[in-house]
Write a protein that binds this ligand. Sequence first.
Ligand code: FAD
Length: 550
Amino acid sequence: MKLLIVGGVAGGASAAARARRLSEDAQIVLFERGPDVSFANCGLPYYVGGEIAERAKLLVTTPERLRSRFNLDVRTQSSVEVIDRTGKKVRVRDLASGREYEETYDKLILAPGAAPLRPPLPGIDLPGIFTLRNLQDVDRIKERVDHGVKQAVLLGGGFISLELAENFVRHGIATTVVEKNEQILTPFDREMTTPIAEHLVTKGVSLLLGQSAEGFEQTPDGLVVMLKSGQRLPAQLVVVGVGVRPENKLAVDAGLQVGPRGGIWVNEYLQTSDPDIYAVGDAIEVKDFILGDPTQVPLAGPANRQGRIAANNIFGRAVKYRGTQGTAILGFFDRTAAMTGASEKVLRRVNRPFRKVYVHPTHHAGYYPGAEPMTLKVLFHPETGKVLGAQAVGGAGVDKRIDVLAVAIQAGMTVFDLEEMELAYAPQFGSAKDPINMAGFVAGGLLRGEHPQVDVEEFLATPAVERPFLLDVRTPKEFASGHIPGAVNIPVDDLRSRLVELPHDREIAAYCQVGQRGYLATRILRQKGYSASNIGGGYTTYKLFQPNVR
Ligand code: FAD
């Protein structure tokens, strides 16, 4: 068996190593266009900031190591230019010498990744404007940063931009993030990004939402980024992080099938439309694990697993790729945002039925020092309760909850399973009722009809005259420090003695800070014959929909 692999980083290197573990006899050639293989793309922003001090640490392994340990024929600076499917061979250009040669294959794996988008704006090629994909890019950015950049502009408010923003701020660089949408981190639902957007601003980052660049100009001091709004942002460094596109040229030229957004089509065994050619990683179109629809998800975990699966399939261990559920996480200073599965906006777009809950627990027992609040949103099927997606934002413990929910989704669990989950608990790690259980209790109760709930945005979208009577059951002090306009304050502890103040002929929507006292108030009111619901997640959820950063 002669196996050729195009691309030597996440998917390609994983495939190569797995292939060798499965076959000592195979001839395995790994082609990589760049000078490095298997480098840590995900660590690049932290090398800019100095958190990762040594460049060498970004090299997970070296060509020499792959040769000696795995007996792989690793060819760096080698670009595969053409696939001849009929002749089962590829044409390779050795970028160092310019020499071109052919190499035959029995099986071929394409792992060419995705290239950063570089919109064709006037001035985009001026010095000082970069994208970030590999070590050569990071060297150029770091060189600028180390030579004293005062102002930087990051175009795009995605994961890589925000990671860079943190590292620029650590260097004392005045940083502006320009995002054309009305929210950062677009895979998330907008309200869930509010705390991170506010934190960006707290950390000194200027955040311009709903704005985009229309060009760049050179000035004596560096560059100016010209926005469509007319605003001009001076900068000595600009990084464009507005998305990626699959590197599909080889596949398209070879007549392989690609999806509407350019991802290389593969079946569940990761075989392309040519059964001798497999494809993995950012370059491919995958099945959305929740929706079953084709999608593209550029993440390292899926790329690595797919590389392994492609090698398994080539060497006779038939394994299906289950699909990608988009489990992703961002750290920004001491805050974390993470998600898995479908978002509300995607479910709405594809017209899938769902319900949702928000809970705002602390990451471990509140009485133990250092408890940090988090907001957890869980989306689930309105009849079966099957978990469809989850998002969390907070500090410590967000990663753990999203990982648990990612597993729950993989396992096809329901919110009723979340109620029953037995998770590790001691006060410094969690709570006897973990945030996962809490989300399960609220969602399960909702589906059992135990506590009718009003969604905040539904409430806000209702014309004022048609809204329910709004009852704030927090303390007067909490009420005074901020409340939903139009609310009447009766603390839950006084509720039983002040029932006469409430209307019998109108729906009542009760709320508290996070939903718990509102739930208790709803229970009291309903048993006393009032028609009452709880505003899910309370005032904290309401605040998510009222961002200070616009
Ligand atoms: P890549 O890792 O991009 O590798 C493809 C390789 O193929 C490239 O090196 C390219 O030079 C080579 N190549 C392409 N065409 C040819 C050709 N014709 N001939 C020879 N070689 C070729 N994901 C996460 O899950 N978490 C993170 O925290 C995270 N952080 C990231 C931070 C940054 C700065 C970047 C850039 C990405 C990050 N990602 C992260 C995404 C993750 O790195 C990718 O999803 C993953 O690397 C994709 O693997 P891949 O093998 O498909 O492509």
